[in-house]
Design a protein around this ligand. Structure first.
Ligand code: TYD
Ligand code: MG
Length: 451
C-alpha cells in the first residue's frame, strides 16, 4: 500500500525536516514547524526539462521574443518586455498597489488585442470591476476569474488560452493534492511549482503576486524566489505617492533597473523624469537643504536631503532619520565632530529625504553632512549645487560609482556647481562644460566651496 508521505516545514523559511523541531536551523525562528503532505509526484515535476545531455554548442536558441507591455517602466525592469514562458513574482507590502499595477499592465496588453487573464483569490469580481473602472481597465479582452483552486485555474486556462496570466496572490491559491491550508509553505510552494510548470509547458508568461511580511521577505517561503525567473519588488511609502519597482532577480535581464510610478486617483502613472518629480516641492534658498544625485540601478535620480540641528534638551542628543540609515548618521556626526570640533554631536539632529524615498548608498554621505552643516551654521546652500561622495572615518572623501551619469543628470536639470571626490574629477569637466566642479579631498576643504 502506498503511504502518504509527510514532512515538517518551517512556515517562515520553508526549511524541510523529517521530524518536528522547536527551532528552525535555517532561520532560527521558534515554533514554526508544521506537518504537511509532500506531493506524491514531486519527482515528475522535472519532466518538461528532461532532455538527454547535449553539447552546449548544439543547444538550439530561439530568439527570446519579448512581449512589450506598453508600460515602459515595467518593460525596462523586465529587461525589455515579458519573456514567453517566464514566471515573474511581484512582491510588496499590502496596499502598495500590486493589484492596481498588474491590472493596468493587463489592460495595456488587452488594448493591443491580446487576450489576458487576471485570476484573483483576494477580491470579488465586483471589486475588481470597480478598480478596473477607476483605472480605465475595462477592455473586453481582459478576463477576470475569481478562483483559488489551482486545478480549476488550470482548467479555465486551457479554455481561455490567454497570452498573459496574473495570479493575485500566490498565497491564496491552493492545490487539492495537499491537505494543508492555503498560505502554508507547502501550498505556496506547490502552487508556485504548478505555475512554473504551466508557464514552461504552455509558454504563457505568469505573474504571481506575493505578499511581503513586515521584515520585507515574501511571506512564507524564501524558496518561492528560487523557483521563479524574475522577482520584482514594489516599494514605496503609503504616505507618499511615489512607488518604485525593482528587479532583485532576473534570469532574462539586468537586476539593477528600476521603474518609477506615482499613485494617483486613477491608478499608477509612469514617472518618466523622476528627478524633477522629487524636486518639485523644493523652495529656494532654504537652510538645511541640499540636492544629491543618487543612483537607482542605472538611473540617476536627484533627491533633496534635509537636515535640522537643534539644541538638545536631554542628556543624550537625539538622532532621527527618515530615508537614511540611522547608524550612518551617528557615524557621520562622529566624523564631523572630530574634524570640526564644534560640538555638533551634542545637538539633536534630524535628517529627512523628501518624497519618502530611501537611500542606502554611501555616495549620499556628503549630502547628509552638507545638510547638517547648513542647518548648524544657519547658512543656505547655493540652489544650483549638488554634492556627492562617500565620507571615510578620517573625514576623507572617497570615490563613488557612476559619476558621469550623476553629473550629467544634474547638468540636465540645470545644476551648475558640483562638490565631488577629488580622485574622480579628471575628464569630467570636458563632459559637462556647464558644470563647475569642486573636487575635494576631505571634509575640511568642503566649507570653502559649499556656500
Ligand atoms: P492595491 O493595488 O489594492 O494594493 P495591493 O494589491 O498591493 O495590496 O492598491 C490599493 C491602494 O492604492 C489603496 O490604498 C488605494 C490606492 N489607490 C489609489 O490611490 N488610486 C487608485 O486609482 C487605485 C486603484 C488605488
Ligand atoms: Mg492586491
Amino acid at each position: 500500500m502506498k503511504q502518504t508521505k509527510t514532512a515538517f516545514f518551517c512556515q517562515s523559511c520553508g526549511y524541510q525536516s523529517g521530524k518536528w523541531l522547536g527551532k528552525c536551523p535555517a532561520c532560527n525562528e521558534w515554533n514554526q514547524f508544521a506537518e504537511e503532505k509532500i506531493s506524491s509526484d514531486e519527482k515528475g515535476a522535472l519532466t518538461p526539462f528532461g532532455t538527454p545531455p547535449l553539447s552546449i554548442h548544439d543547444i538550439p536558441i530561439e530568439e527570446t521574443e519579448r512581449i512589450k507591455t506598453g508600460v515602459e517602466e515595467i518593460d525596462r525592469v523586465l529587461g525589455g518586455g515579458i519573456v514567453h514562458g517566464s514566471v515573474v513574482l511581484v512582491g510588496g507590502e499590502p496596499g502598495i498597489g500590486k493589484s492596481t499595477l498588474l491590472l493596468q499592465v493587463l489592460q495595456k496588453l488587452a488594448a493591443q488585442g491580446s487576450k489576458v487573464l487576471y485570476v484573483s483569490g483576494e477580491e470579488s469580481a465586483k471589486q475588481i470591476r470597480l478598480r478596473g473602472q477607476r483605472v480605465s481597465a475595462l477592455s473586453r479582452n481582459l478576463l477576470v476569474l475569481t478562483e483559488i483552486s489551482i486545478e480549476k485555474i488550470t482548467t479555465h486556462l486551457k479554455d481561455v488560452q490567454p497570452s498573459v496570466l496574473v495570479v493575485d496572490s500566490i498565497q491564496t491559491t491552493y492545490s487539492d493534492t495537499l491537505s494543508s491550508a492555503p498560505g502554508s509553505v507547502g501550498q505556496v510552494r506547490e502552487g508556485a511549482q504548478q505555475f512554473v510548470l504551466l508557464a514552461k509547458k504552455t509558454g504563457i508568461p505568469v505573474f504571481l503576486v506575493g505578499h511581503v511580511t513586515k521584515d520585507g521577505a515574501i511571506a512564507g517561503p524564501k524558496i518561492l524566489e528560487h523557483m521563479v525567473d524574475t522577482v520584482l519588488y514594489f516599494e514605496g511609502d503609503s504616505g507618499h505617492p511615489y512607488r518604485i519597482i525593482r528587479a532583485i532577480k532576473n534570469r532574462y535581464g539586468p537586476t539593477n533597473e528600476v521603474g518609477v510610478f506615482e499613485m494617483a486617483h486613477d491608478g499608477l502613472r509612469e514617472v518618466a523624469n523622476p528627478s524633477s518629480f522629487f524636486l518639485t516641492e523644493r523652495t529656494d534658498e532654504t537652510v538645511g537643504s541640499v540636492v544629491v544625485p543618487t543612483m537607482e540601478g542605472t538611473r540617476p535620480i536627484l533627491i533633496e536631503i534635509q537636515g535640522l540641528v537643534g539644541t538638545s534638551g536631554f542628556g543624550a542628543p537625539r538622532r532621527t532619520t527618515m530615508g537614511v540609515d540611522h547608524n550612518r548618521i551617528s557615524l557621520l556626526v562622529a566624523v564631523m565632530d572630530k574634524v570640526w570640533k564644534e560640538g555638533i554631536g551634542n545637538h539633536d539632529i534630524f535628517i529627512n529625504v523628501t518624497g519618502g524615498i530611501k537611500i542606502d548608498e554611501p555616495a549620499a554621505d556628503l549630502g547628509i553632512v552638507s545638510a547638517i552643516i547648513s542647518s548648524f551654521m544657519n547658512r543656505p546652500i547655493d540652489q544650483k549645487t549638488i554634492v556627492f561622495g562617500e565620507v571615510g572615518l578620517t573625514g576623507e572623501i572617497r570615490r563613488v560609482s557612476q559619476i558621469q551619469e550623476r553629473v550629467k543628470e544634474a547638468a540636465r536639470m540645470g545644476f551648475n556647481r558640483c562638490l565631488m571626490p577629488k580622485a574622480q574629477a579628471d575628464n569630467l569637466s570636458s563632459l559637462t562644460p556647464k558644470m563647475a566642479l569642486f573636487p575635494i579631498n576631505s571634509l575640511k576643504e568642503m566649507l570653502e566651496y559649499l556656500f
